[in-house]
Structure formats: structure tokens, C-alpha cells
Ligand binder design. Structure first.
Ligand SMILES: Cc1cc2nc3c(=O)[nH]c(=O)nc-3n(C[C@H](O)[C@H](O)[C@H](O)COP(=O)(O)OP(=O)(O)OC[C@H]3O[C@@H](n4cnc5c(N)ncnc54)[C@H](O)[C@@H]3O)c2cc1C
Ligand SMILES: NC(=O)c1ccc[n+]([C@@H]2O[C@H](COP(=O)([O-])OP(=O)(O)OC[C@H]3O[C@@H](n4cnc5c(N)ncnc54)[C@H](OP(=O)(O)O)[C@@H]3O)[C@@H](O)[C@H]2O)c1
Length: 389
């Protein structure tokens, strides 16, 4: 995570604004392997003012069915009152498990608590074996594939002393950040997000990402119940609107660049915009394709380089398009363009960084060290910014 959570004064992590969802639209066409949503959040009445580049933090609720499944493995009926830290008064355990606590990924500490509460010696020994320092790799793999419900199923002899003891072992629900995909110039009272819906399988069970499915499947439109707060960012447009910008944002990485384009198209600046976008297939996964084509046709997007990875046998990614355009890219960079990257931190951002270094080295006629220093200076001057996760 590269973005520190900084919040605006009135509404904060401790005091989120209860917003409602105005729009929830799938951006991928039928036939796609992906489910990416355009989510519009109503911020009216909040007094929150945002800038392009900021993120919105959302506190999700767990799926009610997952909560019931968990409760069915516990000797409580769900109505018992429990006290959560920072909560004013006790709330029913069902509510605590729905909106206050994380019931999916569990840390080592939870397993430790289970070992201490195992009633059978075989279960205790198995749990203690997993907690030994030499079993670290096995424990990581075990926990990676299991949620709270799997752990209770694997060790049915574990007895928590009561609902309070159980909830005390769980972590608080953490807010999730989403890069804002709209400009306040066009949408002062709402915030747009581009959300990849997380669904996968582990341990032979269907799993879902808590917040992305909360937004995609569980929040009712128009009901004021979504706790949000603004996370200010250092990621943002150059102060000088005449500066050129290069944006690299495959997948959900497009989000802040849609906001940048809205803002720059509405302004008077002469700076040129170049976007590198990619996803799996052009036919199904060209997120905001109509808008991008319109920006291009109207002259607000000087260059649009597309990399649809699965439209041909060999993968084509955004960094391949950058290398194909090395000469022109170098001209833009040499002339002072800002370079932005948003999206996957684990693979894409590293590969894009390597491509940038290579372009600077080869096109700028520099040694490896000189190119690395050049890119370092770009970062220092805030000419190279990343919003990656
Ligand atoms: C600054 C910032 C900006 C962001 N902007 C965006 C954005 O614009 N759009 C966006 O969609 N997201 C964005 N994210 C990511 C977002 O915050 C969430 O992390 C994401 O939506 C997943 O949250 P979730 O609650 O749905 O999933 P969680 O319940 O948090 O589950 C995610 C976890 O599930 C596990 N997992 C996921 N897939 C698999 C798999 N295939 N196999 C095994 N395990 C898996 C991993 O452990 C992963 O950590 C951003 C993050 C940051 C930090
Ligand atoms: N922490 C993580 O593991 C992480 C980070 C970001 C996203 N995700 C998950 O990925 C899903 C979708 O995310 P997303 O919509 O933002 O898109 P994405 O998965 O990042 O994919 C967008 C495009 O990037 C391509 N891509 C894959 N590897 C790349 C690389 N090394 N360099 C450049 N491009 C690369 C993909 O191609 P191919 O798919 O054809 O290879 C696809 O065309 C979500 O479920 C999200 O949770 C996970």
C-alpha cells in the first residue's frame, strides 16, 4: 500500500459519513471473465470536498449468510450483547459479526486463541503443532486458504467461553480504499469508483472479497447506510495545466485517470494527455471505452495506447505498448511530462517501472545508473507518481 490514510476534518475513520449508492453498473460486457463495477456514491450533505487523485475509504459489512453460517457453528443464538472497543454501547453479536468485525482472513493470534480453548487433546496438539516456529510456512498456507468458518469446522472441539470471548479474538473490520474516478468539477456532490469484484475459490469453497461484493451485491441503492470517509492523497495532477501527462492504468487502474481526464477536459490548460490502458479483451473489458473514444475524438486525449492481453495468443501488456512507443514517450518525458501509474502493485507496477527505466536508458543514451537517477529525480520532483495496490 503506498497511500497513507489521511482524512478530512468533519467525517473521519472514527466518524464516517453515511452515504448511499446512486449507481451500480457493470462495466464488463456479457462474456467477460471479470466483473468490474462503476459505483456512484452520493456525497451530498457531507460537506466533503475532494480532489482528483484522492481515494474514498469504505467500511463494508459482511454477507449476512456468512454471518449465519458462522453463528450456526457457535453455541450462541446471535442476540447476545457484546461490547466492541470504541463502540458506545453493547450490540448484538450478530450485528458485531456483520459490521464490526472481520470474519474472513484470520491471523495467527486467532489460532493461538483456539489452541488455548481446545477441549480435546488431539485438536490442541494439532493446533499447537501449527503454531510451532518450524511450521511457519505450513501455517501461512493453512491460514491463506481458510476463513473463520473453516477454522471452526476443522476444530469443532474448541470452546469459547461465550460470545464476548469469541468476538474479543477477532480483528476489527478495516475500511477499504478506492481511487476516485470522477472530478469534483463535474461531480461536486458525488464520487465515482471503479471496483473489481473479488471472487475466488480456496479449500473447495467459493470466497468473496468483503467490500467489493458489499458494493456490487449487497448495498441497496438509495439507502443511507454506507460508511465512508475521504482519504487524501499525494497523487494528483500537475499544478500547471499546460504540462503534458502520461497515465498508465490497466484494469481498475483506469479510475483516477478517468477523473484526471474529466478535470483536464473541463479546464483551459494546453497540456496533452496520453493514456495507456489494458485489460483482458477489447470486446468485453474496454472499461469506459465509449468515454475514452469520445475524449480522443474531441481532442482531449492526444494519445490512447491500448493493450488487450487476451485478444491474441501472446500476452500484450501496457509496458509492451510503452516500449513500442519508446521514442515518443521519451520525447514527452524529456519535455517535462508527468508520468503516472495506477493499479496492481505486485506485478504491473514493477514491470512498468522497469519499462520506464529502459526507455530512459535507451532513448536518453544513459547508463543504467544514470537512468535510475533520472527516474529517482522524476519521483523527487513529483513527476513520477504511483497509486498502486
Ligand atoms: C490506495 C488504494 C486504492 C485502491 N483503489 C482501488 C480501485 O480503484 N478499485 C479496486 O477495485 N480496488 C482498489 N483498491 C483495492 C481495494 O482497497 C480492496 O483491497 C479490494 O477491493 C479488495 O477488497 P475486498 O474487501 O473486496 O476483498 P477482501 O475481503 O479484503 O479480500 C481480499 C483478499 O482476498 C484474497 N484473494 C483475493 N483474490 C484471491 C485469489 N484469487 N486467490 C486467493 N486469495 C485471493 C487475498 O488475500 C486478498 O488480500 C485500492 C487499494 C488501495 C490501497
Ligand atoms: N494484490 C493483488 O494480488 C491484486 C492487485 C490488483 C488486482 N488484483 C485483483 O485482480 C482483479 C482485477 O484487477 P484489475 O481489474 O485491476 O485488473 P488486473 O488483474 O490488474 O488486470 C488488468 C490487465 O493487466 C494485465 N496484467 C497482468 N499482469 C500484468 C503485468 N505484469 N503487467 C502489466 N499488465 C498485466 C492483465 O492481463 P492478464 O490477466 O491477461 O494476464 C489485464 O489485461 C481483482 O480481482 C483484484 O482483486 C489483485
Amino acid at each position: 500500500m503506498t497511500n497513507e490514510i489521511e482524512t478530512t476534518a468533519v467525517y473521519s475513520k472514527e466518524n464516517p459519513f453515511l452515504s448511499s449508492i446512486l449507481e451500480n453498473r457493470r462495466l464488463n460486457k456479457a462474456g467477460s471473465e471479470k466483473d468490474t463495477r462503476h459505483i456512484a456514491v452520493d456525497m451530498s450533505g457531507s460537506g466533503i470536498t475532494y480532489e482528483v487523485g484522492d481515494s474514498l475509504a469504505i467500511f463494508p459489512s459482511n454477507d449476512g449468510r456468512a454471518v449465519e453460517e458462522l453463528l450456526s457453528l457457535l453455541p450462541f443464538d446471535g442476540d447476545e450483547a457484546v461490547q466492541l472497543p470504541k463502540e458506545e454501547k453493547p450490540i448484538p453479536v450478530r450485528e458485531a459479526l456483520t459490521r464490526g468485525l472481520s470474519i474472513t482472513m484470520q491471523p495467527r493470534k486467532f489460532l493461538q486463541a483456539m489452541a488455548e480453548r481446545a477441549t480435546g487433546s488431539a485438536e490442541r496438539e494439532r493446533l499447537e503443532a501449527l503454531l510451532q516456529p518450524e511450521a511457519r510456512a505450513e501455517l501461512t498456507e493453512y491460514l491463506k486458504n481458510r476463513e473463520c468458518v473453516d477454522l471452526l469446522e476443522d476444530f469443532p472441539g474448541v470452546r469459547f467461553s461465550g460470545p464476548q470471548d469469541f468476538v474479543d479474538q477477532l480483528k476489527r473490520m478495516v475500511p477499504r480504499l478506492y481511487s476516485i474516478a470522477s472530478s469534483p468539477v463535474l461531480f461536486p456532490e458525488e464520487v465515482h469508483l471503479t471496483v473489481a469484484v473479488v471472487r475466488y475459490q480456496t479449500n473447495n469453497r467459493d470466497r468473496v472479497g468483503v467490500c467489493s461484493t458489499y458494493l456490487a451485491d449487497r448495498v441497496e441503492k438509495g439507502v443511507n447506510e454506507v460508511p465512508v470517509f475521504l482519504a487524501k492523497s499525494h497523487f494528483g495532477l500537475p499544478e500547471d495545466p499546460d504540462r503534458d501527462i502520461i497515465m498508465v492504468g490497466p484494469g481498475t487502474g483506469i479510475a483516477p485517470f478517468r477523473a484526471f481526464l474529466q478535470e483536464r477536459a473541463a479546464g483551459e490548460g494546453k497540456g496533452k494527455n496520453w493514456l495507456f490502458f489494458g485489460d483482458q479483451r477489447r470486446e468485453y473489458d474496454y472499461l469506459y471505452g465509449d468515454e475514452l473514444e469520445r475524449y480522443r475524438a474531441e481532442g482531449n486525449l492526444e494519445r490512447l495506447s491500448l493493450a488487450f492481453s487476451r485478444d491474441q495468443e501472446t500476452k500484450i501488456y501496457v509496458q509492451h505498448r510503452m516500449l513500442e512507443e519508446a521514442e515518443a514517450l521519451w520525447e514527452w518525458i524529456r519535455d517535462g511530462a508527468f508520468f503516472y501509474v495506477c493499479g496492481d502493485a505486485h506485478r504491473m507496477a514493477k514491470d512498468v517501472d522497469a519499462a520506464l527505466q529502459r526507455i530512459v536508458r535507451e532513448q536518453g543514451g544513459m547508463s543504467e545508473e544514470e537512468a535510475a537517477n533520472y527516474v529517482k529525480l522524476m519521483r523527487k520532483e513529483k513527476r513520477y507518481q504511483r497509486d498502486v495496490y
